[in-house]
Design a protein around this ligand. Structure first.
Ligand SMILES: [Zn+2]
Length: 353
């Protein structure tokens, strides 16, 4: 990651009781100073006004002129009621395309995206809001089709040895659903609310520490933890804990198509019963699924198609024909789609929060 994409500790003055100047957002020709929660920025009114009608209207109102409202260079100082880090991220997104450009780590950081989205919403920056929402929706998909496509793409980026879950962790997408869930609670925009079901689903695989103590804020800083932790509301934590057991049960239903039963074969092979090879093939596949631990998993949305392909190729020696493989994959997809459609109910989100 390039230096310009990191709001690292080195670019802010540390250990000062006064707000720390953010060097990358301190322009000598800036004509306004914004201060928010320990950070100060010297920026341009014209840039802010161009990006936001709220700022534009604010600047048309005569500003207070007392000594406390000016800095030593007689520039207007505006104390913002915003989260300082969120304002830093927002200003970075406005000024520095590399910071929140496509394919940068910051563009896939949920924490940063959520910080930007909250203020882009507040200051009515529609294009920026829509852009960040689009990227968040790539991670927190709102339809089963996109979820399937994204899972497939991510799994494709890494090797998936037989018998192991696809190693999604290898892909650098910091999945911090806590930030999204908390922001949806605050601003309740339809776009964030639509991402909640899958955000809760992702939250069930967070570590116990993250869930109970919160996720460390601002991971990109050199001194992590400076800004505390982002913790879930107790009601949301209850939803996640209550769902853990239900997910195991739901996964049992979603993996029923892997059981050794003729009904899961293609109609032709099912009709041939034990005279065809596919009965034996299904029996072996069923045992493979048990050995891989897929039946007792708490990840009912996990797609096993690649695993099936690998397993059939390496272990079944043509005993399960293509039509039967496709039949099992289709049944599994239908079962997963049902899980997807039930997520809201599963996490008790119908009357959320
Ligand atoms: Zn068959």
């Amino acid at each position: 990651m390039s230096e310009s994409t990191q709001p690292c500790a080195a670019e802010v003055e540390q250990c000062s009781p006064a707000p720390a100047r953010v060097n990358s957002l301190w322009f000598d020709d800036g004509n306004i100073i914004l201060v928010a929660e320990g950070f100060k920025f010297r920026v341009h009114k014209s840039m802010l006004a161009k990006s936001s009608p709220v700022f534009r209207d604010l600047f048309t109102v005569p500003q207070p002129t007392g000594p406390c409202c000016k800095d030593k260079d007689s520039l207007p100082v505006v104390n913002m009621p915003d989260n300082g880090l969120h304002l830093l991220y927002l200003l970075k997104a406005i000024y520095d395309r590399a910071f929140f450009g496509h394919n940068t780590l910051t563009a896939t950081s949920v924490e940063i995206a959520i910080g930007i989205v909250s203020l882009a919403h507040k200051y009515d920056m529609r294009y920026l809001y829509a852009d960040v929402i689009r990227r968040l929706a790539d991670i927190f998909c709102t339809t089963f089709e996109t979820y399937e496509a994204r899972s497939h793409q991510r799994a494709g980026l890494c090797t998936s040895p037989i018998g192991e879950l696809p190693k999604l962790a290898k892909v650098s997408i910091p999945l911090d659903p806590v930030f999204l869930i908390n922001m949806a609670r605050q601003i309740r925009t339809p776009e964030l609310l639509a991402m909640l079901p899958v955000a809760f689903y992702h939250a069930t695989s967070q570590s116990a520490e993250s869930l109970t103590q919160g996720v460390v804020r601002n991971r990109l800083r050199a001194a992590p933890g400076t800004h505390g932790r982002e913790a879930l509301h107790p009601d949301d934590l209850r939803r996640i804990i209550a769902a853990q057991r239900k997910l195991v049960q739901v996964n049992r239903n979603a993996t029923r198509c892997f059981h050794f039963h003729g009904a899961y074969l293609s109609p032709e092979c099912a009709a041939r019963r034990h005279s065809g090879p596919c009965y034996k093939g299904l029996q072996l596949l069923s045992q493979g699924v048990v050995d891989a631990g897929y039946l007792g998993s708490a990840r009912p949305l996990a797609r096993r198609d690649d695993w099936i392909d690998d397993y059939c190729k390496k272990n079944l020696d043509g005993k399960l024909c293509k039509a039967c493989q496709e039949n099992i994959k289709r049944l599994h997809k239908e079962a997963r789609e049902k899980v997807w459609n039930d997520l809201k109910k599963l996490f008790d989100l119908e009357a959320w929060p």
